[in-house]
Design a protein around this ligand. Sequence first.
Ligand code: NAD
Length: 444
Amino acid sequence: MTPASGGPRRGSNKPIERRGSSNVSSRRQSIDPSRLVRMDKVTHVGGTDNFNVVFIGAGNIMFGSDEGPWNHSFRFEHKLGLRLKVVAIVDPAVERAKDVLRKKCDSFVVSAYQATEVYKNFEEFLKQRDSSQRINAFLIGSPPMFRGTTTSGRDIEMQIMKHFPGVAMFIEKPVATGPKSELDEAFKVSKSITESGAICSVGYMLRYLKAVQMMKQIIEDNGLTVMATIARYACAYEAIAKPDWWDKSKSAGPIIEQGTHFCDLSRYFGGEVDISSVTAHSLEWDENAGHLSKMSIDESKIAPENRIPRVTAATWKYDSGAIGSFTHVATLQGHNYSCELEVHADGYSLKLVNPYVQPMLYIREPGDDHERMVTFPDDDPFFSEVSNWIDIIEDIEEDPDAAQILSSYEDACRTYELTWAIREASERSRAAKLAASNVKVEST
Ligand SMILES: NC(=O)c1ccc[n+]([C@@H]2O[C@H](COP(=O)([O-])OP(=O)(O)OC[C@H]3O[C@@H](n4cnc5c(N)ncnc54)[C@H](O)[C@@H]3O)[C@@H](O)[C@H]2O)c1
């Protein structure tokens, strides 16, 4: 059974009550972990009519890469089976898009891709597409520098809402990576999405981990108040071969581009952050401790002021009074990341370990000084996030136990705001330290 297989769907005589992203926030913000089912244990969603999707971007998140388990097309194929029709791929790298299409058409999923058209931009798609064809959903996996604003060319969400009002969108994280001055733009996009009623989900997939939902369940079942979140994200920098990732002017830096997943999870447990309370320090590339010996890119090609920190450590207050802390390190070699999130409440410690590779949850509860360890073999949060979103698009009746979108666009904007606050706080600390050492040099 899929998480939302209950409830009338298409063809039902009951009136349609669509669940837009706007009212998702008033619903329960968690999913019963037993409803998060492995991809190989579900049959594809019911129905026989085509589910027409447009892919914006034909890169790693859409079609997979050696860098990680992400690959949205693969999950769509399993979720929708023969109903999936990818009607268009929009990507300026037309050859890249055609290349992935050729591979799909050479495989058993050919029925989803045999009629796919490739367009180099959205305008071309609008002009040349078959306008009689209904679009069920847009999957947006273009780089964040091209979205999350109302500025022409970087406003794909606004364009979609203008030409396809109310059509569902799945948007990758982070919502944007423009300058900090554009943060309000992302909130404007958010307001438009809410007003449009479009079913919108943002790709913070770690919220859909079974382990994370078990943590939520323990907190809810025991009426706990989170007192602290302690997050640590250690990436395997040797495996990161994309020059843009190492360049703050392109990717906005490792907190905004990557650490965002753990800032988001911290918020998921701690609640809203008092942004003015954020403090942070960084270890930079030109400090004694900042040398990395196994970078797979040539950092000398990146302007010194755009090179990324090796370590960033931040703390903040949540509106509830609880404390959040987050440390991002780019220090590991090899392939696998090492990430942990601890959530503390009166009598309880919930520690999520290794969520990307093999999630484990260490639980300490009142009455026992030992930690109990729970594993979650073959959990696939990438499938669960897509599966929940599609179930909501397909499901047309309120059902308290039905699928949930756990990351709305507005919520994702708040995570984006937090990550910018951390980056800025670390840059302020560095500037203050440099200013202080310059004064020292001058006075000697
Ligand atoms: N949730 C996760 O764990 C996860 C993992 C990987 C990537 N991502 C996110 O997915 C997004 C894309 O990352 P990626 O690794 O696939 O990048 P990528 O560089 O592999 O692919 C991006 C693709 O988008 C295309 N593109 C550029 N401008 C475009 C535009 N204006 N319209 C349409 N397409 C455009 C590029 O030509 C390229 O083919 C990023 O936001 C990234 O953070 C998330």
